[in-house]
Design a protein around this ligand. Structure first.
Ligand code: FES
Length: 316
């Protein structure tokens, strides 16, 4: 059923905000798909038509993007997406057993929703939480060090409407639709709640601090303090890695990916800039020109990024 006028005007208002964040409008396709998914719980044919019209794309082009990424669903999903990591480390630590147990316990297969519409079960790839293997994610929140028994209890609680708390992050779960809206770029009030890094993630940091180890400065990087080039280990870097890493307190749901609490990136805090950040043509102290600056690769492709635009002309 096509979006009602109400829904369409709500989506339009949000779409303006999303698209306004990108220099090339079509780069907003991925978050816009999350937005339409937040409306219906999946990306329907109407959602695809809506996104295609926004960017002047064909519906086939948008469908190609939707079908590439498993985070977009093409049919209704339950309130809770339960993702069991069955990648290598989680698998050998029990993830395969958890997944097999949940299939039997819920009576559904992979990517299928329980008859009550509450839970969809899916095996997922590594979620960068291997130090807490085996992990289960519910609407992309972590449940660490799971066992088959704990996983069965978790899905039972979700179906019964009982309160469940992720191991890290916020103290309560949002629904699948709400999670999709967050992924579209609209934060809820829980973005910075709870711990993001636990003891297992900090073991390496602790050992480094005990030994006074610091990360080597990138070859050819300029020291922020001396302005000189360096090809060896940092000699002007921070006294300990605690000055470099955004720990120990939680920073929300994207642990380790943002700036430190002081707003300083690890590269800056290490006392220098990455080699690639030097201006092309500017000789280093050693008399060598640094490598030309490379365009940053996008974290994920979008339909518009594959197209070249005439100079000075903004793609639709
Ligand atoms: S293998 Fe499961 S989180 Fe990495």
């Amino acid at each position: 059923m096509p979006f009602s006028e109400d829904v369409r005007s709500r989506l339009d208002a949000d779409a303006v905000q999303i698209i306004g964040k990108y220099p090339r409008p079509r780069s907003a396709l991925l978050p816009l798909l999350h937005l339409v998914q937040s409306e219906e719980g999946f990306v329907s044919a109407d959602g695809i038509e809506y996104c295609a019209a926004k960017f002047g794309l064909t519906q086939a082009e948008v469908t190609a993007v939707v079908s590439f990424y498993t985070m977009y669903k093409r049919r209704p999903v339950g309130d809770y997406h339960v993702g069991v990591c069955t990648n290598t480390l989680c698998a050998v630590m029990g993830g395969d057993q958890i997944f097999a147990d949940l299939i039997e316990h819920l009576g559904v297969g992979n990517d299928e929703t329980t008859p009550d519409g509450k839970v969809i079960l899916e095996h997922v790839e590594c979620n960068a939480a291997c130090d807490y293997a085996p992990v289960v994610m519910v609407n992309w929140e972590f449940f660490d060090n799971m066992t088959p028994e704990a996983a069965r209890q978790l899905v039972d609680d979700l179906r019964a409407g009982n309160h469940v708390s992720p191991t890290r992050g916020p103290g309560r779960l949002c629904t699948w639709k709400q999670a999709s809206r967050i992924l579209a770029g609209f934060n809820d009030d829980q973005a910075t709640d709870g711990p993001a890094a636990g003891p297992a993630s900090l073991v390496g940091l602790k050992i480094a601090q005990e030994h006074g180890w610091t990360a080597p400065e990138p070859a050819g990087a300029k020291s922020a303090e001396t302005g000189s080039a360096s090809t060896g280990p940092a000699s002007t870097g921070p006294a300990s890695t605690s000055e470099v890493l955004p720990y120990p307190h939680g920073t929300g749901r994207s642990a380790g990916s943002g700036p430190s609490a002081a707003g300083v990136s690890p590269a800056d805090a290490a006392g220098g800039r990455p080699a690639d950040s030097a201006e092309p043509g500017q000789p280093t102290e050693a008399g060598k020109s640094p490598r030309p600056r490379r365009a940053a690769k996008p974290s994920a492709p979008s339909a518009g990024d594959n197209e070249s635009s005439p100079p000075g002309k903004e793609p639709q």
